[in-house]
Design a protein around this ligand. Sequence first.
Ligand code: ATP
Length: 367
Amino acid sequence: MARVAFQNVSKVFVDEKRGTFTAVKGSSFEIEDKEFVVFVGPSGCGKTTSLRMIAGLERQTSGDIYIGDRLVNDLHPKDRDIAMVFQDYALYPHMTIYENLSFGLRNLKKPKDYIREKVMQAASILGLEHMLERKPRELSGGQRQRVAVGRAIVRDPQVFLFDEPLSNLDAKLRVQMRVELAELHKRLEATIVYVTHDQVEAMTLGERIVVMHEGDIQQIASPKELYARPANMFVAGFIGSPAMNFMDADVQGNRVYVDGAEWTVTDAAAKALQPYDGKRVVLGIRPEHLYGEDFTLHVPHDNKLTRNVQIVEHLGAENLAYFRMGDRMVTAKLHPETHVYVGQAKTFVVDMGKAHFFDPQTQRRIS
Ligand code: ATP
């Protein structure tokens, strides 16, 4: 069983400029055997530090780390039965691909036949059979990335750790490698912990996602749950593209008033908003839940909003329209056949069934 668990794990760094700095603040989670879990968050939020603590490359300041049923706090990285794939691949330039793939096993003094079998197996899984005699510089970025993954596979680890493995690839290759990694996970049936700052990568690869911000875990959930029920405004704004729109809303019974517009909330939201009656909350609505009035197929037309369109971006499969609500810019993601142009006084329909409400002080989700 290769579960990975943190129990109240913190990491404090001491450096000259900042003095003591807590990069990971009392983090607890449990990754199940064979699960693909992605750590996501903006730069500096502590995801790489968390991964490095699993690997044993960084010693936690406090708390306990388990891999399988073993407490690994004081275990050397090589004894943790993990393999890590780094962002820069760290291939040896003077060695052939075969030598790169077999390096770890040769170091472990494994028999030659065993090494050959493992390397050929990994090469076949990754489609590298015809490149084994080449040097890394004779490979494309995507192929080099596969070699880096291959080096991890040959070791048959209990847990794979990936640190932004796709960030050096161009956009198209990144999409292709993303699909390959998802397939690889199915084939290997291994536990994978994957770090990225890219929320699309996290949403497409992760069975569960750990969202981090400033050393704190904000939410641990499936992609679907994160999208539909973000725990707070940080998660709501971080997951989804373009980002969720936030608006100040005054609650009056089952209605909200937003910059002169008046909308009816669902019964469930009205119930959750009872303690906020007569008060101001933050309403969150995703760009894809604002429709052009002329192109709404299934949303009731009772909650509307007319604003002057300031910018239109034609992306082919959709149009993005930008307009102002108070001092905030709001984005609507519209069907490509929606009639929209700059300067137009456009009427949008707000899908209140998809609206989110947050407490303005705590920023936590109300409904
Ligand atoms: P990125 O996406 O930029 O890699 P991250 O979320 O992976 O970011 P970490 O690398 O875990 O972030 O770093 C978290 C914080 O800890 C950052 O503020 C970083 O500057 C700090 N940090 C990391 N390693 C050290 C170190 N060895 N000494 C001092 N501070 C460190």
